[in-house]
Design a protein around this ligand. Structure first.
Ligand code: NA7
Length: 558
């Protein structure tokens, strides 16, 4: 039996019946709604819209469901959120049926889970696989969207819902000669389904973000020799993963309501809540003991459950950075290598903290070498390997863990045009402008699930809320025979200003990373922009709830 999400919101006024009467595409339209993407967001949005009785088509570029968990099958890919906080909360039956195997599930388990969800709710019949959306144009005369696929086929619908993911537009480094390499090479995002063996191979990894850290740790276990090319070291912290026993799973299941309720209360929808104390309110001994405890515990506690000031106060941040630096020095035997692994240009937590399982110890292995490319820059990829300023390396395999054109990248790769043919990419050139991170003025009937200006964090928790809000708005429109929903320009400016304001004073805003819209491999993405809402999920939901409770009067409805 399905039930409402753990924490119902005023915007969620969904019918109890699965297929309501009286819906169906209007004459001249192929669908009521087109959803782009069959990842976590797209699957759930489809479920909700279909429950509403809408005729929906999901277009998915991959050949299977899962989005991030379909594509990123690189060695070591796994959650950094606790599995039991990450799964969908909307169906009691699903919660009863699914047993998580590990506290932090690996990619294969997560992909299996999302396939299970797709099968259980019979979602596949409305998903068209191997269908990459290349363009979406708003049609003023019919208040609808026309979507074009890579093969030229076109479909139209009243509503366009983007569920394209936050980190789905992978980027290769701009290094000359990439195409010339004669060995095996791959970006982590496009990892092949067939297993890749590293035994006896000379392997290179370029990139040391969260993906690189997971990949390096896994590849180092079997590679003949592994060379890591690092541009910026990260402040990593231990994941402390473990299997989940039957007894533990039984306890978790019994506590799902409390678990999901807690996630709703925290800043990033994680199970870890910020400690209400400031760093200087406790003695040095208490501080150290608290950090030792966090360092020894699973998950993001050290980032999300730390003292309230570590991400805003420079002194507090310097102290926690110093604590983690000491840990790195303890774990890496060669002091020169240890210093290279300690970030010098940003403080702890001001970039996304990669969680690791033995990452630092990898550099104590005789088969692993760390190259700091600030000292010896990569000049080119050659047919046989990589040439840096001081020597040439030969490799059998080159792995590019070089990240994504984050948050707006997946939108930029689709030719999205609103009223009067205005391009979304052009509109967002100097940074995204949205209303609630869900709507864009000049782009009527386009709704974004986890677009720019959404809060980052434990993704599915935010997805469920946003997709429910989108569903509530569509239902509202349908019940009143509205054909056109659009935010006002003033509303979008006010929200965008609020998003910018909320980011002020946060140390992460001053640091180059994908969270501040920087990608040195993409033209035009070298200037920091405010890409996400940093006021926290509870504040975000409060604002969205108020808009819904007020009958969406802040929107232009026609
Ligand atoms: P990230 O975190 O953006 O990391 C990409 C890494 O690749 C990072 O270390 C980059 O160095 C490095 N990079 C990118 N281009 C180059 C070039 N040209 N030369 C050398 N090194 C380069 O992406 P991830 O995939 O690791 O993680 C993305 C998110 O997915 C992650 O935060 C999780 O939330 C899940 P840089 O730091 O830019 O100097």
């Amino acid at each position: 039996m399905d039930r409402s999400p753990a924490v119902p919101t005023p915007s969620l006024i969904l019918p109890r019946t699965r297929e309501r009467e009286g819906w169906g595409p209007e004459p001249g339209l192929d669908f009521d709604a087109i959803v782009i993407g069959a990842g976590v967001s797209g699957l759930y949005q489809l479920y909700r819209l279909r429950e509403l009785g809408l005729h929906v088509r999901v277009f998915e570029a991959g050949s299977g469901v899962g989005g991030t968990w379909y594509w990123n099958r690189y060695p070591g890919a796994r959650f950094d959120s606790e599995s039991w906080t990450y799964g969908f909360s909307f169906s009691q039956e699903l919660l009863e049926e699914w047993d998580w195997e590990e506290h932090f599930a690996g990619q294969p388990e997560t992909e299996r889970y999302l396939n299970y969800v797709a099968d259980k709710f019979d979602l596949r019949r409305d998903i068209q696989f191997n269908s990459r959306v290349t363009a979406a144009h708003y049609q003023e005369d019919t208040s609808s969207w026309e979507v074009t696929l890579g093969d030229g086929r076109r479909y139209n619908a009243r509503f366009l819902i983007t569920a394209v993911g936050v980190l789905s537009a992978a980027t290769m480094p701009r290094i000359p000669g990439v195409e010339s390499f004669r060995g095996q090479s791959c970006h982590t995002h496009y990892w092949p389904k067939e297993p890749v063996r590293f035994e006896g191979k000379r392997v290179a990894v370029i990139g040391t973000g969260a993906t690189g850290v997971q990949t390096i740790t896994e590849v180092a276990k079997t590679a003949g020799h592994l060379t890591v090319f690092q541009r910026t070291p990260q402040w990593c912290a231990p994941l402390h993963n473990a299997k989940i026993s039957h007894e533990e799973m039984r306890r978790i299941r019994a506590h799902y309501p409390e678990i999901f309720a807690r996630c709703q209360e925290t800043y990033g929808c994680f199970i870890h809540a910020t400690d209400p104390r400031a760093t200087h309110e406790v003695t040095k001994a208490e501080r150290e003991a608290f950090w030792e405890k966090l360092y020894g515990e699973p998950g993001f506690g050290i980032w999300m459950g730390n003292f309230k000031d570590i991400l805003v106060d420079r002194q507090a941040n310097a102290l926690i950075s110093d604590f983690v630096a000491r840990k790195i020095r303890q774990r890496v035997k060669d002091p020169v290598v240890a210093e290279k692994l300690i970030p010098k240009n940003h403080g702890f937590g001001t970039r996304r903290v990669p969680l690791e399982s033995g990452y630092y110890e990898v550099y104590n292995q005789p088969n692993v070498k760390l190259i700091d490319i600030n000292e010896t820059p990569i000049e080119r990829i050659t047919p046989t390997g990589i040439k840096t300023s001081d020597r040439e390396y030969e490799f059998d395999i080159i792995i590019y863990a070089t990240g994504f054109d984050a948050i707006t990248g997946a939108f930029d790769r689709i030719d999205i045009r609103g009223v009067d043919g205005v391009s979304l990419k052009g509109k967002w050139q100097d940074g995204p402008q949205t209303f609630l991170g869900i709507l864009v003025d000049g782009f009527p009937n386009m709704l974004m699930v986890m677009g720019p200006h959404a809060g980052l964090g434990n993704f599915p928790r935010a997805v469920e809320y946003t997709a429910d809000w989108v569903t509530g708005l569509i239902r509202f429109a349908h019940d009143r025979s509205l054909r056109r929903i659009e935010p006002t320009a003033a509303g979008a400016v006010a929200w965008t200003d609020h998003v910018i304001e909320a980011s002020e004073g946060l140390l992460f805003t001053e640091v180059d990373s994908w969270m501040t819209g920087i990608n040195r491999n993409v033209e035009g993405k070298q200037v920091r922009r405010i890409m996400r809402y940093s006021g926290g999920h509870p504040a975000f939901r409060k604002r969205c709830d108020a808009v819904a409770a007020d009958g969406y009067r802040e929107l232009t409805l026609a």
